[in-house]
Design a protein around this ligand. Structure first.
Ligand code: PMP
Length: 363
């Protein structure tokens, strides 16, 4: 199979798999128990937390391990109450905008390339808000968001800033992310196992607790820690190459696609994007038709954001760009992995051309 849905999830990397097996064999004890072996598990868990802190450039005490990005976003944003204001970009993941249901919400616009408008953010911050949430890189279009600038703006205005870095981590260097007060990450987006992730908090957030019971994770998230999953996640991130020059493979694919389909719309083509992502509005035929025919030929692609794939017209980004319902039904997302080759991309554009001819002939 030619897999082009890495932004939805990735296969377990060999290094992560080995780390998971080793951790499960040697350190399956409950880290809270008091005998020697359990102590070794507790030490290994605390070493994994330190290693992740080093990668992110933050203090280990600020990291809370979670079941993934959805939990991290919900834990942070669901605690906001009706007297508080949350501003987030129009292209956030549903786990950001759906989690913050109690707070007053301000949706920040994006420009025609799908990048957050900093002027709008500046005005909102000046008018006063409690927290700002802007993702680091978008899951549908791959557009990089100005999180460094947002972090500076929020810091000088004394506003809390959260970034969902689920799609950035593993694809681009994590340097500097640690200076964001709140960060979300998810292992299965960069070769780690599913069901593991983290939330980085500001150290003064004593009251933020979302699973009550035992004292694990400083009492914020009770429950026996998933040490093998955590070890595999940290190993996946440590061993993940973060190439900066691979966008040429995706760019060549888009050129091929434009040659086959001159009226094709490439979202975010003129803005900085993740090297692996291409979000397209096909000139004709519904995305489900493209997806089904390509799937039969051995290509796995998506119709927009993974969490809503299967539903036509589901792209949050293309919707934010003011697309018509008809355009929304023609959105496809291609996202490659670390080992995807130029030949894989070429095979994909050739398959698109073949399917296009087939669908045109049936009209
Ligand atoms: N945020 C972003 C930006 C994502 O791409 C995803 C995965 N679609 C999530 C959050 C949810 O991640 P998880 O599966 O770890 O809950």
């Amino acid at each position: 199979m030619h897999y082009f849905d890495y932004n939805a999830t990735t296969p377990l990397s060999p290094a992560a798999r080995e780390a998971w097996l080793k951790a499960s064999d040697r350190h399956w004890f409950n880290a809270s128990s008091l005998y020697r072996e359990a102590g070794f598990t507790a030490n290994a868990l605390s070493a994994a937390r330190e290693r992740l802190a080093d990668l992110l450039g933050c203090e280990a005490e600020r990291i809370v391990f979670t079941s993934g990005a959805t939990e991290a976003n919900n834990a942070l944003l669901a605690q906001l109450h009706s007297g508080q204001k949350l501003a987030y970009s129009a292209i956030e993941h549903p786990s950001v905008f759906a989690a913050s249901c109690a707070a007053q919400r301000i949706v920040l616009p994006v420009d025609e390339h799908g990048v957050l408008c900093l002027e709008a953010l500046q005005r909102t911050v000046q008018e006063g808000c409690t927290m700002v949430s802007v993702m680091a890189a978008n899951n549908e279009s791959g557009t990089l968001q100005p999180w460094r600038e947002v972090a500076d703006l929020c810091q000088s205005a004394g506003v809390k800033f959260h970034t969902d870095a689920s799609q950035w981590l593993g694809k681009l260097p994590a340097d500097g992310l640690g200076r964001c007060p709140y960060i979300t990450g998810s292992a299965h987006k960069f070769g780690g196992p599913k069901g593991v992730g983290f939330l980085v908090l500001k150290d003064e957030d004593e009251a933020l607790k979302w699973l009550r019971g035992g004292p694990q994770e400083s009492g914020r998230r009770a429950g026996t820690e998933n040490y093998p999953g955590i070890e595999a996640m940290v190993t996946a991130l440590e061993t993940c190459a973060t190439p900066t020059d691979r966008s040429s493979l995706r760019d060549a694919f888009e050129q091929d696609m434009l040659a086959h389909f001159p009226e094709l719309r490439v979202i975010g083509q003129r803005s900085a994007r993740l090297w692996n992502t291409s979000l397209l509005v096909m000139p004709r035929h519904s995305n489900l038709k493209w997806l089904t025919r390509l799937s039969r030929r051995g290509f796995a692609i998506s119709t927009g954001s993974a969490c809503s794939s299967g539903k036509e017209g589901s792209s949050v980004v293309v919707q934010a760009l003011g697309a018509t319902p008809n355009e929304l039904r023609r959105v496809v997302r291609l996202s490659s992995g670390w080992d995807t080759t130029a030949e894989d991309w070429q095979a994909l554009s050739a398959a698109f051309a073949e399917v296009g001819a087939e669908l045109d002939a049936e009209r």
